[in-house]
Design a protein around this ligand. Structure first.
Ligand SMILES: C[S@@+](CC[C@H](N)C(=O)[O-])C[C@H]1O[C@@H](n2cnc3c(N)ncnc32)[C@H](O)[C@@H]1O
Length: 582
């Protein structure tokens, strides 16, 4: 019955992939099991990474898993239960599976696995390592199985990997020691007297305003910050207020807007429980929604211009639907002086840049403002990735570390997988480093979009490109450009059959595809115009951000043009070689 060798087991059951690392069941036991529970309740214990059908990318990921050799009912036997090398090998296999499971849409679109980088994105890698670690920790905490040392070995190997990964991606923040953070300290003291537990202190971080730094060396899994639900601002506060009756009757009013309108008044209430919180907020926000005329003009030709204009228009419409009607009808509840357009815009910027979506103990998702946690800045290489669920045992929101953060180091969150245009519009900054979510969407109007059932990658409904420096494969047929887009364009030219061969007709199609892309992106570059360096020191914050963004778009397009041109040279020389042979 018992086998000492751990095994991976890949099973497809009711459209759910389950990957089992099973330490003590024999393969026959595993095959006889129809559910994960029966494995865990038995003598053995399984490690499961699962891809479920709830995932909107289920079919695409399933295909990618199959392409990578992780087929249905496949087993991968590991060599030994004890030796560190085999633990490390098993971890590598789990990582390869986990990375695919944790891909998001953009990563999957560009997802030819990059063997040189070894990972898809820092977020994906951290998420994968932490999800495997969480499962191993659960198994260890149950202490109900044999071979504890193997699981402990695996746990140590994962933690080491996370540490090594963190060391590769360290960012240095400029901490301004002269800024005393008085208001912020008052808020922390108030928080602590209400049950907040923190290992972070507020500091002024160059280029990002307030941020938080670790007060001690923090390890993976340590809780950097814990906020009791009693000091989280959520829609429950509106229900307890005089606004509830009025707002509840307005059709289509979201609980998010209710909380926003409540906050606009509450911030003026000297006796508010949340006075320290409101006092700590910036007097003005510098997001894309506050861009002035010069910045808007500087954005001419960019995608960001459209995003900002649409967002602002949406907010103006929302404001006009509510005001001055609410102030006229209920002047005591909605005093006109608190509900001007400028104050509404301020509140919208507060919510866009500072709110978090949290799942409460009742299972409901609510948009909240969270004192103290609101000081955490965003990073493309975050320390904290999982923070969205209230711990029902403590009725608090915990911020555990997904990678270590040393004493004095800025501790950052991931706000989400956002493009720089989104971050500028709603948060007012452009992140440091390569943002893999900076893509240029491509509209393809070929009138035969639904044709290619047999071509798996052409079933993407949207196409996109990004800086080709992010790709390591610049060989013929790839050129640093996304395969789904190239495959799609090839199929448009030859719907019957296209193969990546070095034969003349296929190479001629390659040339046409590259020429088309080159012409599309040359037009885009022309619309963007020449680099504008602004007015040096005198350039305002918004024009600076606008110019920075325009420059980013130029760099992306320029990299695509360079790749198209290099690709054409490759194909042309291959074509002349083939033709000279013929
Ligand atoms: C949740 S708040 C974080 C605290 C904020 N720095 C403050 O001083 O109140 C979000 C805002 O912080 C700033 N921010 C966050 N991450 C940043 C980053 N990586 N670089 C620059 N600014 C950042 C932006 O102004 C953003 O709108």
């Amino acid at each position: 019955m018992l086998s000492s060798k751990p095994k991976f087991y890949v099973k497809l059951a009711q459209l759910t992939f389950e990957y089992h690392l099973n330490l003590s069941s024999s393969m026959a036991d595993v095959e006889a099991c129809s559910s994960r529970d029966s494995l865990e309740n038995g003598d053995g214990c399984s490690l499961v990474l699962e891809l479920t059908e709830d995932d909107p990318l289920f079919h695409k990921k399933k295909k990618l898993l199959n392409d990578k050799g992780f087929g249905v009912k496949e087993q991968i036997h590991l060599q030994s239960s004890m030796c560190p090398d085999s633990i490390s090998n098993s971890l590598e296999t789990m990582l390869r599976i986990g990375r695919i499971i944790h891909l998001d849409e953009v990563e999957l679109y560009f997802g030819e696995f990059d063997t040189q980088m070894g990972f898809y994105s820092p977020r994906n890698e951290l998420e994968t390592l932490n999800s495997i670690l969480a499962r191993v920790n659960t198994l260890l905490s149950r202490q109900m199985h044999k071979k504890m040392n193997v699981w402990q070995g695996l746990q140590a190997a994962i933690i080491l990997k996370i540490q090594e990964f963190g060391n590769q991606i360290k960012e240095v923040a400029r901490i301004d020691k002269n800024y005393t953070c008085e208001k912020e300290k008052c808020l922390v003291q108030w928080g602590e007297s209400n049950g907040v537990k923190t290992k972070l202190e507020i500091a002024y971080v160059g280029g990002a305003g307030r941020g938080v730094v670790a007060m001690e060396d923090l390890r993976v899994g340590d809780i950097a910050l814990e906020i009791p639900v009693s000091i989280i601002l959520s829609k429950d506060l509106v229900h307890k207020s005089d606004m509830d009756n009025v707002l509840g009757k307005i059709e289509g009013m979201s609980s998010e807007t209710m909380l926003l309108l409540w906050s606009m008044k509450e911030k003026h209430n000297c006796g508010s429980k949340f006075k320290n919180y409101f006092d700590s907020l910036p007097k003005e926000f510098h997001t894309g929604l506050s861009f002035g005329v010069d910045a808007i003009m500087a954005l001419e030709g960019t995608l960001l211009l459209e995003e900002i204009m649409q967002a602002k228009e949406h907010l103006r419409t929302q404001y006009d639907e509510l005001f001055p009607r609410l102030c006229n009808d209920y002047p005591d509840i909605f005093p006109p002086k608190f509900y001007t357009w400028e104050q509404f815009l301020w509140a919208c910027e507060l919510f866009y840049s500072n709110s978090m979506k949290i799942i409460f103990a009742d299972g409901k998702l609510r948009t909240c403002l969270i004192p103290i946690a609101g000081f955490l800045n965003h990073s493309l290489n975050p320390h904290i990735v999982h923070y969205g669920r209230v711990d029902s045992a403590t009725n608090s929101l915990k911020f555990p570390l997904s990678r270590p953060c040393n004493i004095g180091e800025q501790c950052c969150l991931s706000y989400g997988n956002f493009s720089t245009s989104h971050l500028i519009t709603f948060y007012g900054f452009s992140p440091q480093g390569d943002n893999r979510y900076d893509v240029i969407p491509i509209d393809i109007d070929v009138g035969q979009a639904d044709c290619f059932d047999d071509c798996p990658m052409s079933n993407w409904t949207t196409h996109m490109v990004r800086g080709t420096w992010l790709s390591k494969n610049h060989n013929i047929f790839y050129y640093g450009l996304p395969s789904p887009l190239l495959d799609y364009l090839r199929r448009v030219r030859n719907p019957m059959q296209y193969e990546k061969t070095h034969q003349q007709p296929d190479l001629e199609i390659e040339l046409e595809v590259l020429e088309d892309l080159q012409s599309t992106f040359s037009n885009m570059m022309e619309i963007l115009g020449d680099t504008d360096f602004g007015d040096g020191e005198n350039t305002s914050w918004d024009v600076k951000l606008a110019l920075e963004f325009k420059d980013l778009e130029r760099r992306i397009i320029s990299s695509i043009l360079t790749s198209c041109s290099a690709g054409r040279s490759l194909v042309e020389s291959e074509l002349s070689r083939v033709m000279s042979k013929d």
